[in-house]
Write a protein of this length. Structure first.
Length: 109
Protein backbone atom coordinates (compact mmCIF):
# COMPACT_ATOMS: atom_id res chain seq x y z
CA UNK A 1 0.00 0.00 0.00
CA UNK A 2 2.92 2.38 0.60
CA UNK A 3 3.76 2.49 -3.11
CA UNK A 4 0.22 3.49 -3.99
CA UNK A 5 0.45 6.12 -1.23
CA UNK A 6 3.61 7.54 -2.79
CA UNK A 7 2.00 7.67 -6.23
CA UNK A 8 -1.26 9.16 -4.97
CA UNK A 9 0.33 11.85 -2.81
CA UNK A 10 3.62 12.69 -4.50
CA UNK A 11 1.94 13.09 -7.89
CA UNK A 12 0.84 16.43 -6.46
CA UNK A 13 3.59 19.08 -6.81
CA UNK A 14 3.14 20.65 -3.33
CA UNK A 15 3.40 17.24 -1.65
CA UNK A 16 6.35 16.21 -3.82
CA UNK A 17 8.12 19.47 -2.98
CA UNK A 18 7.57 18.96 0.75
CA UNK A 19 8.90 15.40 0.45
CA UNK A 20 12.01 16.62 -1.40
CA UNK A 21 12.64 19.10 1.43
CA UNK A 22 12.09 16.33 3.99
CA UNK A 23 14.68 14.12 2.30
CA UNK A 24 17.02 17.11 2.08
CA UNK A 25 20.76 17.02 1.47
CA UNK A 26 22.26 16.30 -1.90
CA UNK A 27 18.99 14.84 -3.18
CA UNK A 28 17.15 18.11 -2.55
CA UNK A 29 19.93 20.16 -4.12
CA UNK A 30 19.98 17.91 -7.19
CA UNK A 31 16.19 18.07 -7.62
CA UNK A 32 16.27 21.86 -7.38
CA UNK A 33 19.04 22.11 -10.00
CA UNK A 34 17.43 19.66 -12.40
CA UNK A 35 14.01 21.25 -11.97
CA UNK A 36 15.37 24.74 -12.59
CA UNK A 37 17.12 23.51 -15.74
CA UNK A 38 13.77 22.10 -16.92
CA UNK A 39 11.95 25.34 -16.07
CA UNK A 40 9.94 23.70 -13.31
CA UNK A 41 9.67 23.79 -9.55
CA UNK A 42 11.16 20.85 -7.66
CA UNK A 43 7.63 19.66 -6.87
CA UNK A 44 6.53 19.76 -10.50
CA UNK A 45 9.68 17.96 -11.58
CA UNK A 46 9.40 15.15 -9.02
CA UNK A 47 5.62 14.85 -9.36
CA UNK A 48 5.97 14.29 -13.11
CA UNK A 49 8.36 11.37 -12.53
CA UNK A 50 6.08 9.88 -9.86
CA UNK A 51 3.05 10.15 -12.17
CA UNK A 52 4.99 8.43 -14.95
CA UNK A 53 6.01 5.64 -12.58
CA UNK A 54 2.40 5.34 -11.39
CA UNK A 55 1.23 4.78 -14.97
CA UNK A 56 3.72 2.01 -15.70
CA UNK A 57 4.66 0.11 -12.52
CA UNK A 58 3.88 -3.58 -12.34
CA UNK A 59 4.10 -6.47 -9.84
CA UNK A 60 7.86 -6.72 -10.32
CA UNK A 61 8.25 -3.04 -9.42
CA UNK A 62 5.91 -3.47 -6.46
CA UNK A 63 7.84 -6.44 -5.03
CA UNK A 64 11.30 -5.03 -5.65
CA UNK A 65 10.55 -1.52 -4.48
CA UNK A 66 8.84 -2.78 -1.33
CA UNK A 67 11.90 -4.91 -0.58
CA UNK A 68 14.19 -1.91 -1.06
CA UNK A 69 11.93 0.36 1.03
CA UNK A 70 12.04 -2.08 3.98
CA UNK A 71 15.74 -1.32 4.34
CA UNK A 72 14.93 2.25 5.41
CA UNK A 73 13.61 3.66 8.69
CA UNK A 74 11.49 6.06 6.56
CA UNK A 75 10.16 3.76 3.83
CA UNK A 76 7.82 6.20 2.08
CA UNK A 77 10.50 8.87 1.62
CA UNK A 78 12.97 6.16 0.64
CA UNK A 79 10.48 4.86 -1.93
CA UNK A 80 10.03 8.31 -3.41
CA UNK A 81 13.77 8.78 -3.66
CA UNK A 82 14.21 5.37 -5.29
CA UNK A 83 11.47 6.08 -7.84
CA UNK A 84 13.04 9.41 -8.78
CA UNK A 85 16.58 8.05 -8.91
CA UNK A 86 15.43 5.17 -11.11
CA UNK A 87 13.73 7.64 -13.47
CA UNK A 88 17.00 9.56 -13.74
CA UNK A 89 19.19 6.44 -14.02
CA UNK A 90 21.11 6.15 -17.27
CA UNK A 91 20.84 2.37 -17.25
CA UNK A 92 17.14 2.57 -18.06
CA UNK A 93 16.12 -0.09 -15.55
CA UNK A 94 15.52 0.22 -11.83
CA UNK A 95 17.95 -1.79 -9.71
CA UNK A 96 15.07 -3.52 -7.93
CA UNK A 97 13.90 -5.00 -11.26
CA UNK A 98 17.38 -6.47 -11.78
CA UNK A 99 17.36 -7.86 -8.22
CA UNK A 100 13.96 -9.45 -8.73
CA UNK A 101 15.02 -11.03 -12.03
CA UNK A 102 18.36 -12.20 -10.56
CA UNK A 103 16.44 -13.87 -7.74
CA UNK A 104 14.47 -15.83 -10.34
CA UNK A 105 11.23 -13.90 -9.97
CA UNK A 106 9.28 -13.01 -13.12
CA UNK A 107 10.07 -9.47 -14.28
CA UNK A 108 9.00 -9.23 -17.90
CA UNK A 109 7.23 -6.19 -19.30
Amino acid sequence: MEIEEIVATCSLPPVASAAVRSIGGDFSKRMNLLAAAAGMSDGEFVASMVRSFGETFDDCDRRGLKRAMKRSPMPVLAGLRLIVEAALDDEGEAFWRREERDAGRNCVR
